[in-house]
Design a protein around this ligand. Structure first.
Ligand SMILES: C[S@@+](CC[C@H](N)C(=O)[O-])C[C@H]1O[C@@H](n2cnc3c(N)ncnc32)[C@H](O)[C@@H]1O
Length: 186
């Protein structure tokens, strides 16, 4: 089932990356979510944002840039997604402000970033989170999306309970995502 959800999400995102109407319709899902996450982490234009798991149509990274003006780096461990996302970023005219890298969240160095954003589909989510938290600079904010209780098993075999120890969270209504947890690295 988790595999089915991941494949369906990627398929829909591939359509969105190639069709402006699908893109506009799907981006409606993310707009309020992103505004709430920006407020939660107090993201400013001077921040440097790292998004782990962008998919073929990295709505979160694009909207984070559009709403704050901050530079965004998106990382995905699926090369096909990276290629489609790069074409979209170029089509939108954002190549100076948004870069898309092929790599795994576990291996990436987060030392140059002040905000790290993790998609709900990142796998293994606990391991990637702990690795980033260990390596990122003092004061960096990490945002982790946590799915609704009944949906957790569809996203990761990992336990999401670690994310209860966050310093603050934003709760999202009417979404598969229950909340976004904020961690500030001390
Ligand atoms: C389909 S996207 C959904 C994100 C959504 N497009 C957004 O903008 O919020 C999730 C992506 O996370 C990627 N992913 C999962 N685990 C990862 C990891 N450990 N490192 C990097 N990317 C990962 C998957 O390849 C997938 O493309």
């Amino acid at each position: 089932m988790a595999c089915f959800i991941h494949k369906t999400t990627k398929f829909l995102e591939q359509l969105a990356a190639k069709n402006i109407l699908v893109y506009q319709a799907m981006s409606l899902y993310y707009k309020k979510l992103i505004r709430e996450e920006i407020a939660l982490a107090d993201i400013k234009s001077t921040d440097r944002i790292l998004c782990i798991g962008g998919g073929p149509c990295p709505f979160s990274g694009i909207l984070l840039h559009e709403y704050t003006g901050a530079h965004v780096t998106i990382v995905d461990n699926d090369y096909c997604c990276v290629c489609i996302a790069r074409q979209l970023i170029s089509k939108l005219g954002y190549t100076e402000s948004i870069e898309v890298l092929y790599g795994d969240g576990n291996d990436i160095s987060p030392k140059d970033y002040t905000v790290i954003h993790m998609a709900v589909q990142v796998n293994p989510i606990q391991q990637v989170f702990c690795s980033l938290k260990r390596k990122c600079p003092y004061g960096a904010r990490i945002l982790v999306r946590v799915p609704k209780k009944g949906l957790k098993k569809f996203y990761s075999a990992d336990d999401f309970s670690l994310f209860r120890n966050c310093c603050k969270k934003a709760v999202h209504n009417w979404r598969n995502i229950d909340s976004t947890a904020l961690f500030i690295v001390a």
